[in-house]
Design a protein around this ligand. Structure first.
Ligand code: NI
Length: 226
């Protein structure tokens, strides 16, 4: 699945984050990848355990977990604390796959990466290149979103970031372990939930909507892990 989640952060939240990030010290992005990724990754990141990264990551995660579309689509169980990256002067990240398991920095907690998230913190007009290109079973998709918007995609997809040839591309990125491991099951629950919500708007709380809501929760009980 790939899903565009609009307006995760407001323009003023983006501006506040960018002011802090633009004044920060950045390190080589190869600090957080395995050997395959290190060969193709050329960008910079905030250090994983930096207090600034932690603070701003909390802002991102709090906003996202309050976003009904994200919760409906991802059914998040736990998240890796958001990281921040920066591309300029031709920096890029070649085709790669994200590690299936990640350890939350500073803890022994591990999670399975079901979903990858990229939150854009630069306006598309402020840089050339820098498209996130995701290759999944439905083809190749190029993504470049307004600042404050997020793309959610399956971590099983190969993906790359095109070279940034003008300006600066700043993003936050992180991974989610979903309560529902199987992409197809999660997609079905998402579509069912969205349909129930539309029906509830149209019909109100009638018996049929209540029954469908029951089916949703019974499927989540079958497929979910908490
Ligand atoms: Ni990646």
């Amino acid at each position: 699945m790939m899903l565009h989640i609009p307006e995760v952060l407001t323009p003023s939240q983006v501006a506040r984050l960018r002011a802090r990030l633009d004044a920060a010290d950045w390190v080589d992005g190869r600090a957080t990848v395995g050997s395959q990724g290190a060969q193709v990754k050329q960008n910079r990141q905030l250090p994983e355990l930096s207090p600034l990264g932690r603070e701003l990551g909390e802002v991102v995660l709090t906003a996202l977990l309050a976003h009904p579309l994200f919760v409906s689509a991802a059914l998040p169980l736990r998240n890796v604390p958001p990281l921040f990256n920066r591309y300029e002067g031709g920096e890029h990240y070649g085709l790669h796959i994200d590690s299936a398991v990640r350890t939350v920095p500073g803890t022994n907690l591990r999670l399975r990466t079901d979903l990858s998230c990229t939150l854009f913190l630069s306006e598309p007009d402020d840089y050339d290149g820098g498209e996130l290109v995701v290759v999944d079973t439905y083809g190749t998709h190029e993504v470049k979103l307004p600042a404050g918007d997020l793309i959610l995609y399956s971590s099983s997809s190969l993906h790359r970031v095109e070279p940034v040839t003008r300006g600066v591309r700043v993003c936050s990125f992180f991974w989610t372990q979903s309560m529902v491991r199987d992409d197809g099951h999660r997609q079905l629950l998402f579509e069912l939930d969205q349909t129930i919500q539309k029906l509830r708007l149209r019909l109100g709380e009638c018996e049929e909507v209540l029954n469908l809501t029951g089916h949703y929760h019974n499927l989540l009980r079958q497929w979910g892990e908490v």
